[in-house]
Ligand binder design. Structure first.
Ligand code: GLA
Length: 341
């Protein structure tokens, strides 16, 4: 096999349900990712999967409606090809190391790895991420933001990535040497398309109709929203944006205790104001907080199930189902011979 393209899954340290409202996020790339091996050439993108049955066979000009392609996992392939309309086809295999439905952006890892395999310009992270974000929206109809795709391209080792989702700018935030990220599974799979994700986005947009951009809204403007549900949704987004910058500063200064408190405050906001946690996720956060060496923990990603991220002293012992632990990893890469024709 000539070519190897790879893209990581993501763990969001803080800033959930803010990206699609032009807010701030602070994710990292994890060491688990999706690899695509094979060769460029021909007029089709033909991929098998180690994890799923069936084959994706997509013509280079793409398809009108990727959401109708079978098997269902091939919808992501169809959507990426339709967005990129590459000059050359590809024949190969997908090896996915990010468990699907765990809130770790397995679909973004697949989209970005495929874009890299098809020759997308990884030196233009925003362009690649925007194409893959559109692909995600077309493949499964989820009105997602850009966080997952952008961190999968732009992440650097040992750095968290602060993304300003309004300006589409990124900045590296050094991750402290004496800390470790631990991802713990709740065992509850979550499916974004069937979750209240789109409904939350609509609620935030309804709040913006009352007070204007949530990114610019003052706390007093938020508290003046009459509808109690919209007020809570807006309060989450605005306070979460503030917590992103507070965590970036705390990590850069090595203030790990305060960093942990911010994670816990973010979880409480996602639980009480945004209503996207579950009893299992809430219990996991409580359990983790009682472990010596854990600074703080919160749900990571969209919620409704999935995983919890904890900030810990390195090698903290945990009697919980740890899915991954480590330091921030790098973004997408391509290597090997490129045969085209
Ligand atoms: C999913 C979406 C992201 C983001 C998170 C929640 O992962 O793909 O764009 O909205 O949920 O923060």
């Amino acid at each position: 096999m000539g070519l190897r393209a790879w893209a990581p899954g993501r763990v969001n340290l803080i800033g959930d349900h803010t990206d699609y409202m032009g807010g701030l996020v602070l994710p990292v790339a994890m060491g688990l990712g999706t690899e695509i091996t094979g060769d460029r050439g021909g007029n089709w993108v033909m991929l098998g999967s180690e994890r799923f049955d069936g084959v994706a066979e997509i013509p280079l000009e793409g398809v009108d409606d990727p959401s109708r392609v079978e098997p269902p996992w091939a919808r992501y392939v169809a959507a990426v090809v339709s967005e990129l309309q590459p000059d050359n086809g590809f024949v190969g295999m997908i090896h996915s190391g990010v468990p699907p439905g765990s809130g770790l952006a397995s679909s973004a890892a697949l989209e970005v790895a495929l874009a890299a395999a098809l020759g997308a310009d990884l030196d233009d992270p925003v362009g690649v991420a925007q194409a893959c974000q559109r692909a995600e929206q077309r493949a499964v109809g989820v009105p997602c933001g850009i966080m997952d795709q952008l961190v999968a391209v732009a992440a650097r080792p040992d750095q968290a990535l602060r993304i300003d989702c309004r300006r589409l700018t990124v900045a590296n935030v050094p991750f402290p040497a004496d800390a470790e990220i631990v991802v713990v599974e709740s065992g509850q799979p979550r499916e974004l398309a069937s979750s209240a994700y789109a409904q939350r986005r609509k609620e935030c947009e309804a709040a913006e109709e009352v007070i204007g951009s949530l990114r610019d809204a003052s706390p007093s403007a938020v508290e003046a929203i009459e509808d109690p549900l919209l007020r809570r949704r807006a309060r989450h987004v605005t306070t979460e944006n503030d917590r992103v910058d507070a965590l970036a500063a705390a990590l850069a200064d090595g203030q790990l205790r305060y960093a942990g408190e911010l994670l816990v405050a973010s979880h409480a906001s996602l639980r009480d104001d945004f209503a996207v946690t579950t009893p299992e996720l809430d219990e996991l956060v409580v359990a983790l907080r009682s472990v010596p060496g854990v600074y703080g923990a919160r749900v990571t990603g969209a919620g409704f199930g999935g995983c919890v991220v904890a900030l810990c002293q390195p090698k903290t012992r945990l009697k919980l189902p740890v899915l991954w632990r480590g330091r921030p990893c790098g973004g997408a890469s391509v290597s090997g011979a490129v045969t085209e024709g």
